[in-house]
Ligand binder design. Structure first.
Ligand code: COA
Length: 383
C-alpha cells in the first residue's frame, strides 16, 4: 500500500517548467526570471506571454498580443442579461465562476479537445487563452455595476489591461500611480506553481474539458479562505483589531483559541513570501502619496508580533497579507479582492492548461480505503 500524505504535501503532481519556488530562501521565479525583476520591469501583458510561451516576447510580439487582448474585451449582451437575473447577494467569486463557465456556451469552440491528437494545436490554445484572460476583468467589473443596479461600463481599447480594470470599476480615467500598482499586483499574482487552484485546473484540463470548464474549476478552488479568499479576510481582520496597540492581546487570544491568522503561513514558504515584501513596498509608496491607512499600521504591528510567536514555525506573511490594503485604497470592495486575484491567476492557470495538454494523461489518483469489508446486502424487511 502506498503512503498517504494529507494535502499531498511534498508529492509532485506534475512536471512543469513554468515557475519555481525556493521556500527556504524566499525565491519565486517565472520561467527563471525572479519575481522582483518582473514586478519592477514587466507588465501583466508581457508576464502573461512569458508564462504562456516560456520566453520574453520581442516588442512586436508583445504589441500583437496586447492588441489581441484589447480586441477581445467585449462580451455579448446576453451575458449581461444573464447576470441581471443572478442574486445580488451572491459572492463575486460565485458570479465569476458562473460567468466564466457560461462563456463556454456563448463562445463555443472546444472542438479540438474532442480528439486528443489535436491538443497540440497551439493556435487554438492561444486563441482560447486570450478570449478568457481578456474577459476576466470585464466580467468582474460588470458585476460590480449590475449588483448595484446599474448597467455595466463598456471596456475601453485605448487602455492597458490594468488601466481598463480600474476604469471599468469606477468609470473614471485611471490614476496613473494606482494603475501602475494594479499592474504590479497582477504580475505578482499571475502564477505560483502547483497551488490548489492550479492543481484543480490541471485535473479538469487532463479530462480534455473545455478551457472555460478548466478556469471555472480553478475559480471555485481559489475562492476558499485557505487559498485566495484570505485577502478579503485580512482586511476585515485588521479592521476588527482596530489599532496597533490592540495587536498583541488580540493575537494571544487567537493563538490560544488555535485560530489561524489570515494572510500568514504557506505550504511552500518558511520565510516571508517574496510577493508580500514587494506588496508591502507598494503600500509604503502609496502611503507616501496619500498618507498611511490605519489598517497598514495595524498590519505592520501584527507582522512584528506574529514574527515573535509564529516565526519559529516558519509562519510569516503571505501574498494575501498586504494586497487587500492596496485594493481598498483603489476603492475596490473587499469581497472583490479575490476576484482580482482570479483575474491575474487566469494567466498561470491557462499556461498550465497548455503545458498539461502538451503531454496529457488523465489524473486518476488512488486512495487508502478505510470503509467496511465486502458484505451482503440486507433486504429492507430484515433490517
Ligand atoms: N496562523 C497561525 N498559525 C498558523 C498559520 C496561521 N495563519 N498557518 C500555519 N500555522 C501553524 C499551524 O497551526 C501549524 O502549527 P502546529 O504545527 O503547531 O500545529 C503549523 O503552522 C503548520 O500549519 P499547517 O496548517 O499544517 O500548514 P499547511 O501547509 O497545511 O497550510 C495554509 C498552509 C496557507 C493553508 C495555512 O498557513 C493557513 O491556513 N493560513 C491562513 C490562510 C491564508 O492566509 N491563506 C492564504 C495562503 S496564500
Amino acid at each position: 500500500m502506498s503512503e498517504y500524505l494529507p494535502g499531498l504535501e511534498g508529492v509532485p503532481a506534475t512536471r512543469s517548467n513554468i515557475s519555481f519556488i525556493d521556500g527556504e530562501k524566499g525565491i519565486l521565479a517565472y520561467r527563471g526570471y525572479p519575481i522582483e525583476q518582473l514586478a519592477e520591469h514587466s507588465s501583466f501583458e508581457e508576464t502573461t506571454l512569458l508564462l504562456l510561451d516560456g520566453r520574453l516576447p520581442t516588442p512586436a510580439e508583445l504589441t500583437e498580443f496586447d492588441d489581441h487582448l484589447r480586441r477581445n474585451r467585449r462580451v455579448k449582451y446576453n451575458i449581461r442579461e444573464m447576470m441581471k437575473h443572478l442574486p445580488t447577494t451572491g459572492h463575486p467569486m460565485e458570479l465569476l465562476q458562473t460567468a466564466v463557465a457560461s462563456l463556454g456556451m456563448f463562445y463555443p469552440g472546444n472542438e479540438c479537445l474532442t480528439d486528443a491528437q489535436l491538443c497540440d494545436d497551439l493556435n487554438y490554445i492561444h486563441n482560447m487563452t486570450v478570449k478568457i484572460i481578456a474577459r476576466m476583468p470585464v466580467l468582474v467589473t460588470m458585476w460590480e455595476h449590475i449588483r448595484n443596479g446599474y448597467d455595466p461600463i463598456a471596456p475601453r481599447c485605448d487602455l492597458s489591461y490594468a488601466e481598463n480594470l480600474l476604469y471599468m470599476f469606477s468609470g473614471d480615467d485611471p490614476d496613473p500611480l494606482l494603475a501602475d500598482i494594479m499592474d504590479t499586483c497582477l504580475v505578482l499574482h499571475a502564477e505560483h506553481t502547483i497551488n490548489a487552484s492550479t492543481f484543480a485546473a490541471l485535473v479538469a484540463g487532463s479530462t480534455l474539458a473545455s478551457p472555460y470548464g478548466v478556469v471555472a474549476a480553478a475559480i471555485g478552488t481559489l475562492s476558499g479562505p485557505l487559498h485566495g479568499g484570505a485577502n478579503q479576510k485580512v482586511v476585515s481582520m485588521l479592521k476588527q483589531i482596530g489599532s496597533p496597540n490592540k495587536v498583541k492581546p488580540w493575537l494571544e487570544q487567537k493563538l490560544a483559541a488555535k485560530e489561524k491568522i489570515w494572510g500568514f503561513g504557506h505550504r511552500e514558504y518558511k520565510v516571508k513570501d517574496p510577493r508580500a515584501n514587494i506588496l508591502q513596498k507598494l503600500v509604503e509608496k502609496l502611503a507616501q502619496e496619500r498618507g498611511v491607512s490605519a489598517e497598514f499600521e495595524t498590519a505592520l504591528a501584527l507582522e512584528e508580533a506574529a514574527a515573535e510567536r509564529l516565526g519559529a514555525k516558519g509562519v510569516y506573511p503571505n501574498v494575501d497579507f498586504y494586497s487587500g490594503i492596496l485594493y481598498a485604497e483603489m476603492g475596490i470592495p473587499s469581497d472583490q479582492f479575490t476576484s482580482i486575484f482570479a483575474v491575474a491567476r487566469s494567466a498561470g492557470w491557462l499556461a498550465h492548461w497548455r503545458e498539461q495538454l502538451a503531454d496529457n494523461r488523465i489524473f486518476r489518483p488512488t486512495q487508502v480505503y478505510t470503509g467496511e469489508p465486502l458484505r451482503d446486502y440486507v433486504l429492507i424487511d430484515r433490517r
